[in-house]
Design a protein around this ligand. Structure first.
Ligand code: PMP
Length: 293
């Protein structure tokens, strides 16, 4: 296992239930079911040139996650967007990362959510870099995790809940193997996604990604990349994949708000044909110019 990294807390701005507060004061009660049970949902997104990228799509996904878990919040999208703006302004940086986080709220020690009358809403703005520029340049090494995304039972992977233990356990396996990230399959052995990113391959010039019903989050970056590919005349197809498809792909990359687009160099020691290949490069450039526009 890699040594744990020591870290200092980043400079952050925080909005809690309608007000900007110093980040160290933005705390939850020990009785909050978000803390006790991971009962809550979140969104992670970036801002570029002080503008939150695809905020409406993130709020739509947040509301879908909330609906599935039956959590209500008292803030409209307009109020949340105002909160996001005030955090970005307060942080005073051009580019950065945002978290919108909802916990079930305070209740008693039993897990029944009916004891939690009032959800808690936080917005956090800070910096986030997921990988060094050297790793991004050489491409990420992936391993296939023994942890699976469950499809058809349990919490649907399209709910972005506060319980990320599957992803965290997969990440621990990739740390142990000295890899950069882990690929999760579903119980049927189909490719789902990486620990916090969607996955794409390129085969014969065609862009292929698994359907989210195979156990992936409906990634906003995924959807943006599909739109950009179609604009660039690249054929796109949603299709179930196995590790064979990745081992033999011409190109492979992952997408996420945090990760943006990152090329994959290998999976389980099988090198991908082209790292930073032509389709990846076209889409990466198109993505970066879109977020900057
Ligand atoms: N899958 C998982 C499990 C994630 O945590 C993320 C990051 N939010 C993604 C995929 C990518 O989604 P998005 O592009 O919306 O950030």
């Amino acid at each position: 296992m890699n040594k744990p990294h020591t870290s200092t807390l980043p400079k952050a701005s925080c909005w809690h239930n309608g007000e900007l507060v110093p980040a160290e004061q933005a705390t939850v009660s020990v009785f909050d079911h978000g803390l006790l049970y991971g009962d809550g949902v979140f969104e992670g997104l970036r801002f570029y040139n002080t503008k939150a990228f695809k905020i409406e799509r993130h709020l739509q996904r947040l509301r879908r996650s909330l609906k599935v878990l039956g959590i209500t919040i008292e803030y409209s999208n307009e109020q949340l967007i105002e909160g996001v703006k005030s955090c970005i302004e307060d942080l005073g940086m051009q580019d950065g990362y945002l978290r919108i986080l909802v916990t079930r709220g305070e209740g008693n020690l039993g897990l029944n959510p009916t004891s939690c009358p009032q959800s808690n809403v936080f917005i956090l703005a800070a910096q986030l870099e997921l990988a060094s520029s050297e790793v991004v340049q050489r491409g990420l090494k992936l391993i296939t995790s023994s942890v699976t995304r469950t499809v058809g039972t349990g919490v649907d992977s399209r709910v972005k809940s506060l319980n990320y233990l599957h992803s965290i356990m997969a990440k621990m396996e990739s740390n142990h193997a000295n890899a950069d990230d882990a690929l999760l399959l579903n119980q049927q052995g189909k490719v789902a996604e990486c620990s916090a990113a969607n996955i794409f391959i390129v085969r014969d010039g065609k862009l292929i990604t698994p359907p989210c019903t195979d156990g992936a989050l409906e990634g906003i970056t995924r959807e943006t990349v599909i739109e950009l590919a179609l604009e660039k005349g690249v054929e796109v197809c949603e299709q179930s994949l196995t590790t064979w498809d990745i081992y033999t792909a011409d190109e492979c990359f992952v997408t996420g708000s945090g990760a943006r687009l990152m090329p994959i160099a290998s999976l389980d020691g099988r090198n991908i044909e082209a790292v930073n290949g032509p389709v990846f490069q076209t889409l990466f450039d198109a993505f970066m110019s879109k977020v900057r526009s």
